[in-house]
Design a protein around this ligand. Structure first.
Ligand code: SF4
Length: 337
């Protein structure tokens, strides 16, 4: 029994997160952040996990990400504490947390104030720090440790749209994983550094139809590769880029106030508009998730941005279907002319 103790202690370090939170707090506390969305979507069984949740009673008319997060926790029983973002993400997450509490999982709520109030954000952040017993000095030390990694991610992003040496899916993968740095900051940084070093030997990707991908990350697979087969390339991944906190800010609070995802749509539209100009985007693909409230925001995005937009909808984890393929083909054809 004694030999098991270090193992159990190690496992207790894992903290599930339902969305991007100030991970600096978890690293400062010596905990391991685990983005449950990434566990779900990278599982070869992701589609079966959604069905498992439905068999347990989750409605078919509920966003698959919620069911995926639920199932991810079932398959990773060592994760017994979850930080849930219930303001700045969605109310479905709130209902999910009630089920998790009922099942004995410890849930810590973290809220992004909708009005971006710095004082309220600070209060919420300090509450989170209190849960993990970490001081500002410890958190600031970790912020300084993570800062060069965030700068390298900005470099990778620049090499995507300006250097034209990075594929859309590579950009997506590095940025989407910056929500938890795959739980191991050192290893993640090593992978990123090696990737950036190898870019010097890469030829530029021939000029193509330049696309921006906006909205939450896709639940479909094969998306980026198919676009490149058609002669297009995603050179802007909106939300994934936001996960890397590209605003840098002068301090931790500002950094998370500049993060556009959890606040109103207008900050996102401004960020997307800047990318359209700077990255010379020919068009945008707006991915929306079936049964997600964010689908409504498509209306405002279309009203406020004057670039061609293709809106796609995804339901369950699976390869992109024929209808989506056909629509992407037609969209890229039109943009090429
Ligand atoms: S996709 Fe929409 S409904 Fe689903 S978890 Fe994310 S915010 Fe909530």
């Amino acid at each position: 029994m004694k030999n098991l103790e270090p193992l159990l202690e190690e496992k207790a370090k894992s903290i599930g997160i339902t969305s991007t939170i100030p991970v600096e707090v978890l690293f400062a506390a010596g905990r391991v952040p685990v983005d449950l969305n990434n566990i779900f979507i990278t599982s070869p069984q992701a589609a079966a996990w959604v069905e498992e949740a439905e068999e347990e009673g989750f409605p078919r008319t509920l966003c698959s990400w919620i069911k995926g997060i639920y199932a991810a926790l079932k398959h990773r029983p060592e994760i017994q504490t979850v930080i849930a973002v219930t303001q700045g993400d969605c109310s479905n997450t709130q209902a999910l947390t009630e089920i998790l509490v009922h099942q004995g999982i410890k849930v810590i709520h973290f809220n992004y104030p909708y009005n971006r109030d710095p004082a309220l954000f600070k209060k919420n952040l300090e509450e989170l720090m209190g849960h993990f017993g970490v001081s500002w000095s410890k958190v600031d030390r970790i912020r300084k440790r993570i800062s060069p990694v965030r700068k390298k991610l900005a470099l990778l992003d620049r090499e995507t749209w300006k250097g034209n040496r990075v594929h859309g899916w590579e950009n997506h993968l590095f940025l989407v994983n910056s929500s938890d740095f795959k739980g191991d900051l050192g290893l993640y940084e090593e992978e990123l550094t090696q990737f950036l070093d190898a870019l010097a030997d890469r030829a530029k990707i021939p000029e193509t139809v330049r696309l921006g991908y906006i909205g939450i990350p896709p639940i479909h697979s094969g998306f980026y590769g198919f676009i490149e087969q058609l002669g297009g390339r995603v050179v802007f991944n909106e939300i994934q880029r936001q996960f890397s906190l590209p605003g840098f800010g002068n301090n931790l609070i500002q950094q998370y106030l500049d993060y556009t995802y959890p606040y109103d749509i207008f900050g996102r539209i401004k960020d997307i508009g800047q990318a359209v100009e700077e990255r010379k985007l020919d068009g945008l693909i707006h991915y929306t998730q079936t049964f997600c409230f964010r689908q409504v925001q498509d209306l405002l995005i279309r009203k406020q941005l004057s670039v061609p937009i293709l809106t796609l909808e995804g339901d369950k984890p699976r390869p992109i279907d024929n209808r989506t393929r056909f629509r992407l083909e037609a969209f890229i054809d039109v943009l090429r002319k």
